[in-house]
Design a protein around this ligand. Structure first.
Ligand code: 87F
Length: 625
């Protein structure tokens, strides 16, 4: 240990002055701090060279780590990183310095430097006389500063966070689903539970853990997925005798019990569903809701006596998924058949609903319904005695939709102001905002707001009032727009006098003055119109992005223009692989999305755009998530 008080003093001064100045990257700032800490450490007492016996040293190290973490956070540019700083300080236990650094660095990545100057915009709306603290709160909720068509990735991340749908977590690919997302998820769940009830599908719950031997029982299809399976190998400090997998899906967990429970034709159909979380340790770029290492879904598993019954169910479930997307999330989807390459390896065939994001030109699989045939029945010995007393294999299906639905909804409808929630799933459908003016009777206006909200809630609508007095009406408008509330009701002195309110639609900004008498019915109808309009607009955009191509050159050109491509195809696996290879470097690998059930006519002699062989079907192609 060196001894040099003057130098130590100097370094401490440097440390105290060390801040992330304007234009300095998080990385530069962090490295500067690290250099000072390291320098300082050469002069100071080192815990690992002391003789205290260990536990004290640990304490010293912990408090030093915490101090460094605080120093790091203190010096960050507060106009940018206050949110993430609070997020870090709220974590229990506190993350390590390295983890905190990577969270802040991630935040930096999520920002577009050229838009940073815009960041004061929303704060301007805050009433000028409010105390500093409130301004700061406004300032930390700066809102969406990146435009959807400028940088889609950054925009999406901002919209998800500003809409309080999710928060980043210190494990890459894992996200916190915040109440707004959970509310949407639960509204969808309520709808789907009613569908399941009607279809006589029962709810059950199988454990999260899978033993290695069970997981490997269906080696054939698990093999391709093996790198994504997460394993528990320790309990405390001791190694487990046999590692235990965390379910990536539950076929292997459930089907041994199908084999026990199904004996006779009287036990069929067996239709089970579970709502759960699954873990897939993905290595491609994670995106909130769209691709995460843990996600929520429902997984349905059914067994039937006949092929026809199973086939029928596959399509019925697929139509429920279409309904969920189109009628609830207002997202247009195509129902179709997956190619041999793209189907679930364990399935006889896979059907899916496919959405399309015009801004990125990418298709996205919205949900899948598989016909498993008798493949798993053979593997897991699931047999029943039929009415003639003969043993037969069961016909199985499995189907799922996940929290990805929420991501697709955000991507489809969100705009430069933030989320736009379709009324049917919006956690708040109507926000009522008082608009006091000079010496108007504020109390009466507030009372009217509460009365309107109460009447709407009474009618079963999800309504809320915002009477907070530390923000201006304008600030509130931006705030609730960012949160995606489909309808705003404003009440000012003029409205009060005329016994009316002003409605403002989130989807198209259209304003109307509406009498208080009959308001509830009006709002209900208007929400229905908003829902329909959101679907129509999304469908128009999707349809505008769709092109029919007949030749390879047209195909490549359309891909470059971010189109959803419908092309005649020979339906050969090798040709799809070849298309992937040929497009990989040029415009980004394209693959089949699905062959729509709704097939346009295919004139005789039509050739495959890729192979020149006779085309068998029309198929959607594109880049995909
Ligand atoms: C990742 C790791 C291990 C997908 C995986 O689509 C296994 C798998 O089996 C895996 N990723 N899959 C396919 C899942 C098929 C399936 N199962 C139930 C569904 C719907 C519901």
């Amino acid at each position: 240990m060196k001894k040099n008080s003057a130098r130590v003093y100097e370094l401490k001064e440097e440390l105290r002055a060390c801040r992330q100045r304007k234009g300095m990257t998080v990385d530069d700032y962090y490295n500067k701090l690290k250099t000072i800490w390291e320098d300082l450490a050469t002069y100071q007492h080192k815990p690992n060279s002391c003789l205290c016996g260990g536990s004290n040293c640990e304490d010293v190290k912990t408090s030093r780590d915490e101090e460094r973490l605080h120093q790091f956070l203190l010096g960050l540019d507060a106009s940018i990183y206050t949110n993430v700083k609070n997020e870090i300080l709220d974590m229990d236990p506190l993350p390590s310095l390295e983890q905190a650094y990577s969270m802040v660095a991630q935040e930096e990545e999520n920002r577009v430097s050229s838009n940073q100057e815009l960041s004061g915009e929303l704060a301007v709306y805050a009433i000028s006389s409010v105390e500093e603290e409130s301004v700061e709160t406004a300032d930390t909720n700066l809102g969406v500063t990146v435009k959807k068509d400028e940088d889609f990735g950054q925009w999406y991340s901002q919209v998800c966070r500003c809409g309080e749908m999710m928060a980043y977590y210190d494990i890459s690919g894992c996200y916190i689903l915040r109440p707004n997302a959970m509310k949407i998820w639960n509204i969808m769940r309520t709808y789907f539970d009613a569908v399941l009830e009607k279809a006589e599908v029962d709810e059950n719950y199988f454990p999260l853990f899978v033993s290695a031997s069970v997981l490997e029982k269906e080696k054939d299809h698990v093999q391709g997925f093996a790198p994504e399976v997460a394993w528990v190998t320790k309990a405390g400090k001791s190694d487990l005798n046999v590692p235990i997998a965390i379910r990536p899906t539950s076929e292997t967990v459930i089907y041994p019990y199908f084999s026990k429970w199904i004996k006779s034709h009287r036990d069929l159909p067996l239709k089970l569903n579970q709502w759960n979380n699954v873990v897939r340790w993905e290595f491609s770029k994670p995106t909130p809701f769209i691709r995460s290492r843990e996600f929520l879904w429902q997984e349905g598993h059914t067994a039937h006596a006949t092929e026809e019954e199973a086939d029928k169910e596959v399509l019925e479930v697929l139509d429920h998924y279409r309904h969920l997307y189109e009628e609830y999330l207002a997202v247009p989807v195509v129902k179709g058949m997956k190619s041999e390459n793209e189907k679930f390896a364990g399935a006889r065939y896979t059907t899916s609903v496919e959405a399309f994001i015009p801004e990125t030109g990418r298709g996205i699989q919205g949900a899948t319904s598989h016909c498993l045939g008798t493949k798993f029945a053979k593997m897991f010995d699931i047999k029943f005695t039929n009415k003639e007393g003969k043993n037969e294999l069961v016909w199985q299906n499995s189907w799922a939709y996940s929290t990805r639905t929420i991501g697709v909804m955000i991507m489809t409808h969100g705009d430069d102001k933030g989320l736009v929630n379709p009324p049917k799933v919006a956690p708040i459908q109507v926000i009522v905002i008082p608009v006091p003016f000079k010496d108007a009777d504020t109390k009466e206006i507030s009372k009217a707001c509460c009365a309107v909200k109460d009447a709407l809630r009474e009618a079963g609508l999800r309504a809320k009032e915002d009477l907070s007095d530390n923000y201006s009406p304008k600030w509130k408008y931006s705030h609730w727009e960012m949160k995606g509330v489909p309808l705003r009701i404003e009440i000012g002195p003029r409205d009060l006098a005329k016994n009316q309110v002003r409605t403002v639609r989130r989807d198209n900004g259209v304003k109307a003055d509406v009498p208080r008498v009959g308001l509830v019915e009006y709002v209900m109808e208007l929400l229905g119109k908003i829902q329909q309009n959101m679907f129509d607009v999304a469908k128009q955009k999707r349809d505008d992005a769709c092109v029919v191509v007949k030749t390879w050159d047209e195909f490549v050109e359309a891909l470059g223009q971010k189109k959803l491509i419908l092309a005649p195809w020979c339906d050969e696996e090798e040709v799809e692989m070849d298309v992937k290879r040929r497009t990989k470097d040029e415009v980004g690998a394209a693959k089949t999305l699905c062959s729509p059930f709704d097939q346009p006519e295919i004139p005789e002699g039509t050739l495959c755009f890729a192979s020149g062989k006779l085309a068998k079907k029309w198929t959607y192609w594109g880049k995909s998530y």
